[in-house]
Unconditional design. Structure first.
Length: 411
């Protein structure tokens, strides 16, 4: 059975609370979000029918600054998942040293079943529902699974119509023409690659075979960047299944094939595999870049990778974590590995607030500095506490957020 993401997030927090002996009052604050918005979005479909969709925005904690987090369109979106993702955003921002708290949003729907016009109307309704609770100094949404720059553009436009003012800093991940940052589209992947390179140095790993689960924004861009750097991508997958070629896949061609056929499967010269098989491939580096709860107590023992770079949020369950730690698999946790997206979102927000835009080289140079520093702080904490990287990352994050709460006069 699929684990509840919020139970996982709470369990992770509880473990850290015990290690750092955090006060109960602060633990109580951190375990629940500051605000939950739950609405039914009314949408007129193209055939004239009216439908409604469940939508959420959860703001977890704002002690370090305005809250920040993506909006997900997926059939499995539910309140507990959004609560978990919002909490992970708080930790992610704290680890990267950003002046933000965490939030997340989601709408329960299968975006593949809606036309572009229906998606636009839905996105606009979403903003109408949450407009009073977002803003550049309140809560700043961004893209996540099945939302992209176009969706952010509709949302920005709706927010500006509703408030009657120009306000690019309310949302990040926008198209460049509307105030987006260069490098944002591939930032999560690029940040993940910077972290992977540090992890390989630390771990002393030279072998460069890779399997990637998920070929969307994050997985697809990671595959492209790693392929260019000379890594051998032997397996990739999407929601329909995966492909494997031990000689290495031509990433550009696989992505073209996916563009044409809507999936990576049946790519010529490769063997079709299931998503389960992909996770157990004989590779040095495994990159989950799709959804949560993929590496569990059922399959962790069979993972052969030496490094797992978690670009998806929450792909590994706590039981699986224990098994992987025993097997000495080096897991670079989501809150560290995939922070590149929110870091460049932060750069986008800074550029919007200043009205002055940076070159791509400047964005990537600053991203590399933050990702490298974050990796080293987490690694140093893991050595100091003699613990795994996830626990270390959360220790660092919880300590930073707790300190901010205390400085504000509580606890
Ligand atoms: P996306 O919608 O662009 O791509 C998702 C990919 O996952 C698609 O290829 C889809 O086919 C695949 N997928 C869906 N269900 C699957 C399944 N059951 N098995 C295997 N593959 C499946 O989304 P994205 O933006 O690339 O996000 C992917 C992950 O990265 C998510 O966990 C997201 O929260 C996380 N993330 C994204 C960003 C960002 O900047 N986009 C930042 C941080 C974390």
């Amino acid at each position: 059975m699929k684990e509840n993401a919020f139970s996982v997030a709470k369990k992770q927090l509880e473990d850290v609370v015990k290690i750092i002996k955090l006060e109960r009052t602060i633990h109580n604050i951190l375990v629940e979000p500051e605000r939950i918005i739950q609405v039914e979005l009314p949408v007129k479909m193209d055939n004239g029918e009216e439908k409604s969709f469940k939508a959420y925005r959860v703001q977890h904690n704002s002690a370090l600054g305005p809250t920040k987090g993506g909006i997900r369109y997926h059939p499995d979106v539910n309140l507990d998942e959004v609560k978990a993702l919002a909490m992970w955003m708080t930790w992610k921002c704290a680890i990267a040293g950003l002046p933000y708290g965490g939030a997340k949003g989601g709408v329960t729907l299968d975006p593949k079943k809606l036309s572009k016009k229906e998606l636009e109307r839905l996105s606009r309704e979403y903003i109408k529902a949450i407009k009073n609770y977002i803003g550049p100094d309140k809560d700043i949404p961004a893209p996540d699974v099945y939302t992209n720059a176009q969706v952010m553009a509709w949302m920005l436009d709706e927010y500006e119509k509703q408030t009657g003012k120009h306000c690019p800093g309310v949302i990040t991940g926008k198209p460049i023409e509307l105030g987006g940052s260069l490098g944002r589209e591939e930032a999560t992947a690029q940040g993940g690659v910077f972290v992977l390179e540090e992890a390989m140095k630390t771990f002393g790993l030279k072998e460069k075979t890779v399997a990637i689960q998920g070929m969307g924004n994050v997985g697809g861009n990671t595959a492209k960047i790693l392929h260019k750097k000379g890594f051998k991508i032997v397996g990739v997958s999407d929601s329909k299944g995966g492909v494997y070629d031990e000689k290495g896949l031509d990433v550009k061609k696989v992505l073209e094939h996916k563009e044409k056929t809507s999936s990576v499967i049946n790519f010529s010269g490769s063997r079709n595999i299931s998503n389960e098989e992909l996770l157990e491939l004989p590779v040095a580096i495994l990159i989950p870049a799709a959804l949560e709860n993929q590496i569990t107590k059922e399959n962790a023992e069979n993972v052969k990778a030496k490094i797992i770079l978690e670009l998806a949020n929450g792909p590994t369950t706590p039981e699986a974590d224990k098994i992987l730690f025993k097997k000495e698999v080096f897991v670079v946790p989501d809150v560290l590995a995939n922070a590149g997206g929110v870091v460049v979102s932060y750069f986008e927000w800074v550029q919007n607030n200043e009205g002055y835009y940076w070159k791509l080289e400047e964005v990537n140079e600053k991203l590399k500095k933050i990702m490298t520093k974050s990796f080293n702080s987490v690694y140093e904490t893991s050595q100091r506490y003699k613990t795994d990287m996830r626990t270390a990352a959360l220790i660092l994050a919880v300590e930073r957020v707790a300190q901010a709460i205390k400085l504000r006069g509580f606890g």
